[in-house]
Design a protein around this ligand. Structure first.
Ligand code: ZN
Length: 127
C-alpha cells in the first residue's frame, strides 16, 4: 500500500557535503587555529615566566636562610655552590640565574620595574 522508493532515499542520504561547504569548513577551522595557537603559545610562555619567578624567589629565600644559618657573607662562588647543591632547574626556559643586590635574577626572564610610570604595571589590563 505505502510503497516508497528506496532508490530516492539513498540518493538524498549519500549526497554528503559539497565542495564549497568543505572549503568553508576548512577555512573556518584554519581561522580558529590561527587564533588559538598564538594565544596558547603566549599563555605557555607566561606560565614559564611565573614558574621561573617563583623558583627564583624560593631559591633567594633558601640562600638567604643558608647565609644566616652559617653566618656567612655572599660571594659568587658560595652562590654557585649553593645553586649546584640546590639541584633543581630554576628556569623552565633554560635561563641562567644570578644573585645580584639581594635578589635572584634570571637572564631569560628579567624583572620589569614594578613601579614604572608606563601605566601597564598593576591595575586592569586594557584590550
Ligand atoms: Zn627564567
Amino acid at each position: 500500500m505505502f510503497t516508497t522508493s528506496k532508490k530516492s532515499n539513498r540518493k538524498i542520504c549519500s549526497s554528503g557535503f559539497s565542495l564549497i561547504e568543505l572549503i568553508v569548513i576548512i577555512a573556518v577551522i584554519s581561522i580558529l587555529i590561527s587564533i588559538a595557537v598564538p594565544t596558547y603559545l603566549s599563555f605557555a610562555e607566561k606560565i614559564k615566566e611565573k614558574a621561573c619567578r617563583n623558583n627564583c624567589f624560593q631559591l633567594e629565600k633558601r640562600y638567604e636562610a643558608d647565609l644566616l644559618l652559617e653566618n656567612a657573607q655572599h660571594s659568587q662562588d658560595r652562590f654557585l655552590n649553593f645553586l649546584y647543591d640546590y639541584g633543581e632547574d630554576i628556569c623552565p626556559s633554560g635561563g641562567q640565574v644570578m644573585y645580584l643586590n639581594g635578589q635572584v635574577h634570571c637572564n631569560a626572564h628579567p624583572i620589569e620595574d614594578v613601579g614604572g610610570s608606563d601605566g601597564e604595571s598593576g591595575g586592569v589590563p586594557v584590550l
